[in-house]
Design a protein around this ligand. Sequence first.
Ligand code: ADP
Ligand code: ASP
Ligand code: MG
Length: 360
Amino acid sequence: MKKVVAKFGGSSVRDANALRDCVRVVKDTADLGVVVISATYNTTNELEELFSLLKKGEDESALWGALKERHRIMARDLCCEEAFENLITTLEAELIQIRENAELSYEHRDHLLSFGERISSQLFAWVLSKEQNLPYQVELLDATTVIKTDSTYGMAFPQEELILERVQLLKGRAQDNTLFVTQGFLGADSLGKRTTLGREGSDYTATLLAGAFDAKEVHIWTDVDGVYTADPHIIERARRLDTLSYREATLLAKAGAKVLFPKTLAPLKEKKIPLRVGKTKAPQEGGTWVGGDHACSKDLIGLTLKERSDGLIITLIGHGVESLDIEQSEIDRGECYRSFYHPAKDIQDVLNLWYERYFS
Ligand code: ADP
Ligand code: ASP
Ligand code: MG
């Protein structure tokens, strides 16, 4: 039977209450096979900061202490404190080993960044295992045993054939009601060293696994109820796009719609696996469904922004964009999109102005 792969992002697992919302979604999802978990909100940023302190030889203990305490509070609230302390002991031993290196490289950075997803997935698995009347048998899966990558630390390329092999082995030994809980973003190279798929890459873990499992669907659970015509936290009037093709969603993601990691859709196209984006706290509000491979079937579908050191890159996406008369320096164009450079840094004003002009 084909299964669903669900992924919960950082804000969806930010504290014990948020985690309980995720459990509710898990319980309401039929045929769930895999749950992919991101690090809790802002943890990967803090681990990056911790790495730069280590690299400069500065004291990282306050930052590590705060990160640990935040998760300890979660563990206490979720009644899994003892097991949490065991995990922290392991991670602290690894932290000491990392600190002992004379030269710290991207390889060590990936090792350190792995702490975030290792903690959150562990908490998630413990909480799920304690749930009564769950139709699943929960198994915490170490992503490094499945997500095999090359050795480009910081932005590793997955080796899909190896991932498929590993998934076949897993499928062979799993019960029909096994629910794997695993870490997003993390992988390992041929030497067994830890790698990461690129910042925000947990979405990609979900679709890589979905491709290899030949999943029925992928559900991306986040803090917005779908993909919008612009970032809904900046443009209040942005509207939700109920359906998108893989190509449209990829264009939006590559141009800056942060809700999906740019490589997310690639593993789904061949097997035509649909992907849904929904809001963890309000699953009933529906969401965006991504599937089909048409280029651009609608009018304008997106206005996205990317920050650059000297200003902003604004991209307009959708059918008819090529014939728009725009007085701004164009820096790139392709099928269904055009990108422009804007010297201003005020994202709110710039986006509002452009949205008003092209989406009203
Ligand atoms: P997660 O931690 O769940 O992976 P992200 O922060 O990576 O969540 O992505 C969700 C965020 O993406 C939203 O809070 C929203 O501000 C931002 N976003 C940017 N562009 C868009 C868009 N076009 N549609 C929806 N959300 C967008
Ligand atoms: N935790 C990682 C990051 O913040 C991966 C993710 O959340 O998607 O970049
Ligand atoms: Mg994300």
